[in-house]
Write a protein that binds this ligand. Sequence first.
Ligand code: SF4
Length: 387
Amino acid sequence: MNNRVAPKVYGWCPGALRPMMSGDGLVVRIRAPLGRLSGDQAQAVADLSHRFGNGILDLSSRANLQMRGVSEEDHAPLVTALQDLGLVDADAATESRRNVLVAPFWAAGDQTHSLAQQLSDALVAATDLPLPGKFGFAVDTGPAPVLRDTAADIRIERNPDGLVLIADGADRGLAVTPTTAAAEALSLARWFLTHGGAPDGRGRMRPLIARRAPPSAHGATLTAAAPQQRLGQIASGRLVGLEFGQIPATSFAALAAQGALRLTPWRMLLVEHATDLPPLPGLILDAADPRLQVSACTGAPGCLQALSNTRNLARDLAPSVPPGRRLHVSGCAKGCAHPGAAPLTLTATGADTFNLIYNGTASDQPAHLNLSASQLRAAPDILTKGS
Ligand code: SF4
């Protein structure tokens, strides 16, 4: 017996208009247009987090910003305030459909920026497109794609000959142009629906492509992915890390005073045009910080499904994770913080007890059962013995 507990699968993601109830109140997710908040928008969101939420902002693995701890009575005034900031769609169906992840290194008016805008507009207008709640798009047209490790069902990338539209999971794509890319992306989404991608309203492109080939016109080659992005100075500003992908609203406001913020799916924010930044609570400025080697979900008490607190243990074990490896601490077998395999995973089996899994996901077969948090803290080399 390995004490694995089947987690609940919702099949949809919370939004601002359709929040999800969690252990600490409503989770309200803001899908910022093109993944960017101006300095004023970001300062206002920080204020709203203090006023209506728990004063902490989470950055999701799809580069959305999340408020937690919102009461049901406060939801309507919060939505009104977000609407005034231009951060909410007209209705929940539009909010769900406009699921466009944008590579954060764009410059105003460049191809990534203009295609992301065109695609967002086209999705808002496509009221007859009943896509599954988690179905998403990525616009990633820099010299080498940076979003390949981030879930997206339809991608727009570049190869040496021009733009390529890709059904996730395929090793070839459709050659498109700046004027056809958005329309072709919607055509591919319709192809997904008409070819059985979401028989009961749920489904993703990758499993469909595993079952059948993409459309026959998809013959363009793909470019190799860029190396994993590191913290530090880049042309458009400074990339900073967030401990466990969350940041106190006060730190968020202080960053917003330095420049507009772009949201990334890597637990990092890009502070536009910033160079030197002050140390702030929750902020990681050093690319060698051991906290960058750990992932941990919300855990208890914030998540209703969590069997244990996660982040305190992950923080304490971070310095013991060998260089180049990753530790994932999960409050249940769902593995929200790191859905793929990790070299080391601790999956909670009860309050402060964990199974240890090598090179697998949070629901895979464990190598060690029911290790206590105190045992792991006292002898963290248990983590790598036998791995
Ligand atoms: S993995 Fe963590 S956040 Fe996700 S459902 Fe389980 S306990 Fe909750």
